[in-house]
Each structure stands twice: as structure tokens, then as C-alpha cells.
Ligand binder design. Sequence first.
Ligand code: PGA
Ligand code: ZN
Length: 451
Amino acid sequence: MTSRIEKVHAREVFDSRGKPTVEVEVTCAGARPGRAIVPSGASTGRFEAVELRDRGEARLDGTGVRQAVKNVQTEIAAALVGCDADDQAEVDRRLIELDGTPQKSRLGANAILGTSLAVAYAAAEARGFAPVHRFREIWQSVVGPTEEIQDKERTSGLGRGMLLPLPMVNMISGGLHAGRQLEFQDFLILPVGAESYSQAFEWIVTVYRRLGQVLSKRGHEGVLVGDEGGYGPKLRTNEEAIEIVVEAIDAAGLHPGDDVSIGLDVASTHFFDAANNTYLLPSVSPKPLVAEQLIDLLERWIERYPIISLEDPLAEDDWTGWREITERLSGGVQLIGDDLFVTNQARLRQGIEQQVGNSVLIKLNQIGTLTETLETLKLAINSGYWPVVSARSGESEDTTIADLVVATGAGQLKVGSVARSERLAKYNQLLRLEESLGNDAGYLGGEIFAQ
Ligand code: PGA
Ligand code: ZN
């Protein structure tokens, strides 16, 4: 039985920063509509698929998405009505072909992704499936029989059965997400010692509360939060932020390192001076740093603090710096390419060939269709690169990534902090999935890093 697409509709809604974004509804014959809302980044990579906005228009300072919405209602609807929503690969292939540009700039990656996801939800509705089961089917059709997943040591156990993820959670925000108070963007924790997702989440909430108290005690306005719900205090240095997070882990009665480790999203592209190949970090040094000096600094911190994950430690164009950090640190630290790989198979393949990084951030809207996202995820797992499914700094009540990370068994999820409901929508969905899936979904947690 096929699920014939009867209607494709879109509207402009607003994200967690009050910025317009695209919501798409796709309806299959005889079923309720499937719906998805597209997220939006602030520290976007140059190689990402293009978000179409109504630039040049006075309305909402040119941030509207009416053209993208119109593209869904006209061209995209015309191309998809009558298609089979069960054939996600064919739907996505049509969307890519219809757009015809390398970065989805004609119809807009927001128009395309919204549709791609809404089709998956519509197919779930048509058959009365929970979304996680539909995503599971789509994942299985992308990877083929899961026995065919290559058994790379580092990613063994990922991509096969369903898994609740190890969450990687923002505690302190800097960079473009918190008025550049700090140069680094995210100071995160990974509850590696927890034995279940729900225990991991409780630990995170406890550390977050203790962190607020530690900040207040030190005279900071602990309650002010950044775009992803992490605290946004005015600290003197990036290192001070790490020290404070360690203090909060202690104050929660947990062991830094054994129970809860630290991750940093350096998001270095935004302080990289491409003309001179240097990094501008005034809180560390008045003189610009070359890649080697930035790596030295990160290495010192890894020795001093329980840091096990570094995202975008070098800029999106600094392949030489990336090669060097991989050579020096990939043995003991997860090195995640976000702006570097932009969920793009070709860029990830280049990274694998050049032995750059050992992990990839997976963001649906960086590439623009569900199928392409899953292909990049598959390439990562088959190449021994840890995938980390991730939200954007601009989010909504849409919970796709929670269902997706479980369905694919990707192992790790990065959503932002535990304040702000666009983040909690995902964390709460995971609690529901943990309960409803029971033994059908495993939990590896920090074991992921044991290999
Ligand atoms: P963005 O930030 O959504 O603003 O790009 C998230 C990240 O850098 O991981
Ligand atoms: Zn990032």
C-alpha cells in the first residue's frame, strides 16, 4: 500500500529567537497531516545549504521567509502531489533535482528541508506509526541491512539498534550565542558515567542548578541565559568558564571526569583571520595566535581539565591546522567537525581521506534533506567517525532530532541547555521514547568513548 501525497502546505512561523522560519504540512490521502518546523543557525558555516530569506524587504528587516513558503506552496507542491510518501529517497531526489543548485539556494534549504521532514511525518501518520518508527525504517533503507554497517572499532555499537543518546549539554554560552562575552561558544558537559538517559539528564539538571549558584556566589548574574539556554556570564577568560563548570560538577556531588566530562565548542571560524591565517583571542593573548599555538593551549587544558570533546577547534578553511590537531589529540579526544564538514558527504569524505577530525556534527538544515543527512551519518559510522546529532541555536517545538537520534542509533545528541522550552521539547521527547521503547532501545552513554 502506498501513501499518496495529497496536499503540501507551508506557513511562516517563528523560532526561539523570534526569527521567521518555515513550517511545512504534508498530507497523505485519508490521513492527518505530518508537520515539521525548520531550525536556523547563527554561527553558520560558509559551506552550508542556503536558507532563503526575503532579503531587501523592509518587513521584519528582510528576515521573512515568505518566498520560501511560496516555493513550497507552488513549485514543490506541484512536484510532490501524487508521489508516494513512503519513498523518502525518491521524494528527496525530486526536491534536489527541482532546486537544481549545489547549495539549494534557488528554492531554499529551509523550504526543501521542511518538506522533506514533513513527508516523513506524513508517511508515519498514513500508517499510524510513531515518528521514531518511521525514521527507523528510513534509516534502514539508507544503510541496507544493519549487518552491513562496517565494524569500525571506534563506532562499533552505533548505527545498528535504536539507542537513547548520550547528551552533550551547554552550561555556559559565549561567542555569537551570548553577545561575544566569551570567545568560545559552548562550555558543555557530557554525563559519561550515567547508566541511562534519564539518569544522565537528572545529573545535567543538577549541575546546571549548582552552576547557577556558583555564578551568583561569585557575583555574576547567573540567571541570564544565551540563545541555547546556557548561562551567559561576563567572565574574564574562557579558562575561567571551564573552572566554574568543574566547580559546579563537584558541587553536584559528581566526579569531574568519571561521572561528568567537559566538551568545548570552540566555534573558531568566527575569530579566525583568514587573510593572515591566525586566530584572534584577546583574552588569551594580545597577539594573534597561529594554529599551533591554539592547539598548544587546548592541549594544556586537556591535561588540566576533564575535557573529552572539542568542536571546531580550528576554522572551516584551516585544513592544515585540523590535520595537526588530529595528529596530536585524536587518540584521547573527540574532535568534531561542524563548520568544517557541514553535514556534507563530500566534505566529510575529504576529511576522512586527509585524516582530519574523528567526529562529525549532524545538522539536518546544513545539508537540507533527510536522505542526505542520513547518508552522511552512515558514512561517518562506517568510517569510524562518531556522529553527534545536533540542534541549531534557533529552534522550535519540533522534536525531529530526538526521534532521529534514537532511530539511527547515532549515540550522541547536542541540543543546548536545560532551560528554554525549544530545548526541553527534545529532552522531554527522549524521556517519552525511553519509556515507550523500553528494551527496544539501548543506552551506551559514555561507553561510546571506551573503544
Ligand atoms: P549554530 O550553533 O546553530 O548557531 O550554528 C550551533 C553550533 O555551532 O554547534
Ligand atoms: Zn558548532
